[in-house]
Design a protein around this ligand. Structure first.
Ligand SMILES: CC(C)(COP(=O)(O)OP(=O)(O)OC[C@H]1O[C@@H](n2cnc3c(N)ncnc32)[C@H](O)[C@@H]1OP(=O)(O)O)[C@@H](O)C(=O)NCCC(=O)NCCS
Length: 182
């Protein structure tokens, strides 16, 4: 994977490599406790939390992993969120996709647009055959994104996710290469 060349452009968005300069823009939404209700990571308390997160992403790039892109508006460059892959299993040609969009921008199709583009990258450039996503059953907006992307629900995995000091059930969704529509 050539990490110098991972920029993706869609109709309204640019997905680009994260840099240390993105801390304030990411903190602006990662510090929102409404946004973090259904994610595995804790609400960022200060810029140091955000810088630590950026550090893990940059370390991942350096190891050849395909971690989060920063999702920005194509016209202004404003940071809208992130999306990217975790648990890339090259041997089995699968990875899990994750995504977050700032609350002020919800319900305008941005997550669906960003994740569709990331999936296209995954099938074309990472040689994935299967992309998975996990969602807490209460997270209706995220489940809707998965359905809009054509992902199929494969069931509930009990007590699979640790968040906020407790185990949570998750629904698992997947899309296979031949099911992908750009
Ligand atoms: C999930 C998330 C990324 C969606 O971002 P978004 O840009 O608003 O997504 P989209 O606009 O592409 O699609 C949202 C869809 O969910 C629907 N929706 C919103 N709230 C909903 C709810 N409570 N229940 C069911 N559907 C809901 C919207 O109507 C829209 O569907 P539509 O296009 O058919 O009208 C955003 O809400 C978010 O960042 N949430 C917090 C982080 C998170 O949960 N990440 C995913 C973890 S699995």
């Amino acid at each position: 994977m050539n990490h110098e060349d991972i920029t993706i452009r869609t109709a309204r968005l640019v997905l680009r490599r994260m840099t240390t300069d993105d801390a304030a823009g990411i903190f602006a939404y990662a510090s929102d406790p409404v946004l973090t209700r259904y994610v595995i990571w804790d609400t960022h308390r200060d810029l140091e939390d955000t810088q630590a997160y950026i550090g893990t992403v940059l370390d991942g790039y350096a190891r050849g992993e395909m971690r989060d892109w920063v999702v920005t508006r194509g016209d202004s460059g404003e940071i809208m969120g992130t999306c990217g892959f975790v648990d890339w299993n090259r041997m089995n040609r699968r990875a899990e996709v994750g995504y977050v969009i700032a609350r002020a921008q919800w319900n305008r199709g941005y997550a669906t647009e960003a994740v569709r583009a990331a999936m296209g990258f995954g099938f074309a450039r990472m040689e994935l055959e299967r992309i998975e996503a996990q969602v807490m059953p209460e997270n209706g907006a995220s489940e809707r994104v998965m359905k809009k992307l054509g992902m199929r629900c494969e069931g509930v995995l009990r007590g699979r996710m640790r968040a906020r000091g407790a185990q949570h059930d998750v629904k698992i969704y997947s899309l296979l290469r031949e099911e992908y529509t750009p």
